[in-house]
Ligand binder design. Sequence first.
Ligand SMILES: [Zn+2]
Length: 206
Amino acid sequence: MDINVEKVICGMIQENAYIAAIPGRDDCVVVDPGDEYPKLERALKGRRVGAILLTHGHFDHIMAAGPLAGAHGAPVYVSEADMEMLNDAAINGYAGLMGGGTCWPRIEAAPYPGGALSVCGLDFKILPTPGHSKGSVCLYLPDAAALFSGDTLFCAGYGRLDLHGGSVHDMLNSLRALFDLPAETAVYPGHGEGTTIGAERNRYRL
Ligand SMILES: [Zn+2]
């Protein structure tokens, strides 16, 4: 099944926000809205956002979630384990990088309702992939052979393990699980260029 995936690079950390939609539909899903709301809204070009899906709770991926949700009346989903990070600058990385302060506006979110979520015609599987944070998830669209990997898996790399909730052991297990997905799966990471499961699997001996 074909989907449209549009990358919007946002903010000083150059994180990737993604707009995912079924061709021909005027609604879409935003994965990791980033921290530059006006740019994201311009990229949406009037399309309605049906849901905002977060891969994890770090500030650079979430700060636009509040205004985006407010403007579109869209629910925000995050894992249960990363829920505590959304409005706490001490553990979502904002205070450490910025020397204090907060990542206002407040984000109202719900935990993913289980291992699957269907929205805007897209059938996501919510894969728990702890390691970069306790509640990191990858959002998998098996019908479209696409994976939104957040800061778990990058092109030629993986996410930092030294931040709040990070774990080397968990990351190894998460990468092993992701490398079991079909090789042709397109990977849309939270930073940098896209890749495929097959290309990344070939770099490691896990
Ligand atoms: Zn992160």
